[in-house]
Design a protein around this ligand. Structure first.
Ligand SMILES: Nc1ncnc2c1ncn2[C@@H]1O[C@H](COP(=O)(O)OP(=O)(O)OP(=O)(O)O)[C@@H](O)[C@H]1O
Ligand SMILES: [Mg+2]
Length: 504
């Protein structure tokens, strides 16, 4: 379809229905108008022919009466309204006036020549019947009028005339006719009335149709509104309250829209039960992870304790056992960290409420950076803090963990000599905590997934550092439960993590 046609084609169902209805109405109106006009013209022509025949008969009778009465032609017996005797100049009193209508044409032919003195067009009114003589030019076409039936001839100065010719016993021919103008006028008037009626009718239909279609489409709009509201819900996780349904009134199975509404409601019921079972299994998994982590804490503490005990009693155990116990202890420490991380994530997922106290972000930064300085002596640590303290509402311990995780990454995933800058910036309603390092950056294939669980770049450094890939997942979960957001931008030479938290 061409762009213009696309632009002109109505888009909404409502406008399409309206345009179709009006087009159909217009088409039907035009067909009816054309048919009635043709029928009317046919009838009127038939009537005119009958009138012409009547007029011809009357004229003949009058002329015969005239001759029998011996009166002079052109001065016939006065008609019913023929009270005055004078006719205007250039006209004569018409003997064919009786009962004849205004505009009647009559002409006498004898030997193929028209008798101009006995031809004319009647001008009758209530007072009298006078006859305007025909000119030679007007009379000339009359000779060609057929001797039977009717002929329509355009006469100069008089317009179209329906004529009939009758031969008399004496061989002369009488031509009688009536103007066609009346028929044309009537047809024109009817056409004008029809056009007006069609216009008004179509206009009224457009207004009324628009209102009715709008009313009829309201249920569809309500169904669409329900679908739109549901489509805006976040269905990808958690307990989704999928309660929205198409109103009962719009679920009548007897109507098309009702069937759509009903189907949508059924589908929403299915989706809700699917989401509920997903939520249930999510809860189960979460509970399982939380329980498992919790249960693992005690045996891990025992392993750590026993291995430490063995390590302390150096003399009693051989060196290789000592080394093995050292490894057991360090792995137990690592596993304890992992279990703590899993437990924290499970609790955050469960929406376990965090502390909500005023927290001084500046203090957290100072503490965390001084810890990092001790742990990462090969790195350069810089601070970029505002003059006054920046306060947010939240859980101090968790926020400290967020920063500690980011600083641990900046330390473990960058080479010695890397400069790490920790800054706080205030913005309208939010505080931005930034950890920027000038290390080699996050591998591009890892970057889109860094906040996912167990996502890590498999550099040897990561493996050496014994990383698990939960650090940034915890950052993300903690920040989200503080109604904040975390983002990362990384390229070789500059990796920047930005945590945005709403201020108190
Ligand atoms: N500052 C950084 N520079 C370079 N790479 C980084 C940086 N921070 C994170 N990464 C990359 O992102 C990955 C994910 O980090 P994340 O903290 O989630 O896990 P991890 O550090 O590997 O393990 P964990 O923190 O659980 O011990 C890391 O493995 C590392 O490849
Ligand atoms: Mg990490």
């Amino acid at each position: 379809m061409s762009p213009l046609r696309t632009r002109l084609t109505p888009q909404t169902l409502r406008s399409r229905l309206l345009v179709t209805t009006i087009a159909l109405l217009l088409g039907v109106g035009l067909v009816i108008g054309a048919v009635t006009t043709i029928a009317l013209r046919h009838t009127l022509n038939g009537q005119l022919n009958a009138q012409v025949d009547e007029t011809a008969g009357r004229t003949e009778r009058l002329v015969e009466g005239q001759f029998r009465g011996g009166g002079p032609p052109g001065g016939g017996p006065p008609g019913p309204g023929d009270t005055t005797t004078a006719c205007p100049a250039g006209t004569t009193r018409a003997f064919v006036g009786l009962g004849q209508v205004d505009g009647t044409l009559y002409a006498q032919f004898a030997g193929g020549r028209v008798d101009l003195a006995d031809s004319g067009v009647l001008e009758t009114d209530a007072e009298q019947a006078c006859s305007v003589p025909l000119t030679a030019a007007q009379a000339a076409p009359l000779g060609a009028v057929a001797r039977s039936g009717h002929t329509t001839v355009d006469l100069p100065g008089l317009g179209a005339y329906r004529l009939t010719a009758r031969e008399r016993p004496d061989g002369s021919v009488a031509v009688t006719g009536l103007p066609v103008a009346g028929v044309d006028r009537t047809v024109r008037n009817v056409l004008a009335v029809e056009a007006l009626a069609l216009l008004v009718g179509v206009g009224a239909a457009a207004v009324l149709g628009s209102l009715l279609i709008r009313r009829d489409l309201l249920p569809l709009q309500r169904v669409a509104a329900t679908a739109a509201r549901v489509s805006e819900l976040q269905l990808d996780r958690g307990d989704v309250g999928l309660e929205d349904r198409v109103p009962m009134a719009d679920t009548d199975e007897r109507t098309e829209v009702g069937r759509v509404g009903l189907a949508l409601n059924r589908m929403l019921d299915h989706v809700r039960s699917a989401l509920e079972s997903r939520h249930d299994s999510e809860l189960q998994v979460r509970q399982f992870v939380a329980d498992a982590s919790h249960e693992l804490r005690t045996p891990l503490a025992a392993i750590r304790g026993y291995s430490e005990l063995t390590r302390r009693s150096r003399d009693a155990v051989p060196a290789d056992v000592l080394h093995a116990m050292g490894r057991v202890e360090s792995e137990a420490v690592r596993m304890t960290g992992l279990v703590e991380d899993l437990l924290l994530l499970a609790r955050l997922d469960a929406g376990r409420p965090l502390e909500r106290d005023p927290v001084d972000l500046t203090m957290i930064v100072l503490d965390a950076v001084s810890d990092a300085r001790v742990a990462g002596r090969d790195h350069t640590w810089r601070l970029d803090l505002p003059e006054e303290a920046v306060e947010v509402v939240g859980d101090q311990g968790r926020l400290h963990q967020v920063l500690a995780n980011l600083l641990a990454n900046a330390r473990t995933h960058t080479p010695p000599g890397t400069t790490v800058t920790v800054g706080i910036h205030r913005a309208a309603g939010a505080a931005h905590l930034e950890v920027v390092d000038d290390g080699p950056g996050i591998p591009p294939q890892t970057l889109p997934h860094v906040f996912e669980r167990f996502a890590r770049g498999d550099s040897s450094r990561s493996r050496e550092a014994g990383s698990t890939g939960l650090g940034l997942a915890i950052v993300d979960a903690v920040v989200a439960s503080h109604h904040g957001s975390v983002s990362v931008a990384s390229a070789p030479g500059r990796t920047a993590f930005r945590v945005s938290l709403p201020t108190a």
